[in-house]
Design a protein around this ligand. Sequence first.
Ligand code: HEM
Length: 484
Amino acid sequence: MERSISMSVSEKLVLIACSFVSFFLGLLLFIFFRRNKADPAPHRRVLKLPPGSMGWPYIGETLQLYSQDPNLFFAAKQRRYGEIFKTHILGCSCVMLASPEAARFVLVTQAHLFKPTFPKSKERLVGPSGLFFHQGDYHIRLRKLIQGSLSPEAIRNLVSDIEAIAVSALNSWSGGHVINTFQEMKKFSFEVGILAIFGHLEAHYREELKQNYGIVEKGYNSFPTNIAGTPYKKALSARKRLSEILSRIIGERKEKKSIEKDLLGCLLNSKDQKGEVLRDEQIADNIIGVLFAAQDTTATAMTWILKYLHENPKLLEAVKAEHQAIYQSNEQGNHSLTWTQTRKMPTTHKTILESLRMATIISFTFREAVADVEYKGYLIPKGWKVMPLFRNIHHDPKFFSNPQTFDPSRFEVAPKPYTFMPFGSGVHACPGNELAKLEMLIMTHHLVTKFRWELVGSQSGIQYGPFAMPLNGLPARFWRESAA
Ligand code: HEM
């Protein structure tokens, strides 16, 4: 009995040892096969992922990103890992790229390997046929039309109308009451957007579009849910109404059969190789898309310009002198700007470029790798998001000396290729950049020749909405110079 017990103990020990060995062998085999399964492309096994940390399971580094200034988050990562690094934010694995060469790779030379990517909830609000969401033939066709209607040849005819909108806006601000500069600039850029899209649009349509677009916009950055009464649900209903309004406008235009050169005219008259015209929903989605791309971006840029001019009195004097000279060179009684004059505002132009560099309104963009891609010996896996970081490049002392100093004179020399991309680059680069700059030039002309302003409250904070802009939209007071 005793013997039989001691035999069974040693047998048990052998059994336990064998179980351990087979468990570890099994584990090794499991890891081996899983790795092979996860890496179907043979080159994946030799390429490594970029350096960086993926943070916590599921949430990744989203909290770190949102608990601080996002620009500081990206800048700290770049300092630690270099120009290419990985992270995990908003539920997505991402590779961030902070060099001109990498931005060129993703946006220009290998753009076919990286598709645009937006959350479905945002796509529903803009409209799925908006050009942002597409690649290939449809995108090329839409882009040509939009770019054509916003080209210098097309917008040169808008100078006097934009002037009228700017003067009316400035007059409404003057008198010493406090205004929210960003909100007022938004009204201005919305009106200019409507002008570029529809030409002269009846006032009741403008009002209906403005009201419903405002609701859609509020829902855009809110939590997407179908629960009644939430900003997102209200935005979806307003988006439906926008389609109905646009459908009425489109119907009236079709009836008139006039050939207008504005964006709506270009979209209505376009035929593809098979002779097919665009459907009304495609036209509506692109009109809303353009309004969307045009309004907050331009308004944010103009808000920053106002702040930078205020903070740099010598520069403001130089800009004033440039515009006084233009103002006085015009015939007496006719102080309207001409297109040619808008091309000869070098100090203002450099101020705009430097404001766009300093503020970098769109600090990065998103793409998604459509295949496994190799970049500089690193693997960018298929399905990962890829983010060229414009702001990091614009603030890199290798390309812009003393990057935190506001210095328009740095633009006396053209920046090196792909170091300055306020309007993006490549196939999805901003087709509205000339219009945006024209708006800024015209607004600045009237602002500095006829008005003075002072800022109200704290002038140092930044807020994100989602673009970086001066705190509280830069509250300010304006006075007409003559009345000051
Ligand atoms: C200061 C003002 C503006 C800035 C900073 C800006 C910036 C940009 C950037 C960076 C992109 C590229 C995004 C990407 O690659 O993912 C872009 C695209 C676009 N922008 Fe602008 N933009 C401005 C004004 C405008 C205006 C005034 C319009 C139209 C009237 C406009 C229409 C568009 C459109 C339609 C696209 C999408 C192009 C495509 O996907 O092919 N933008 N913008």
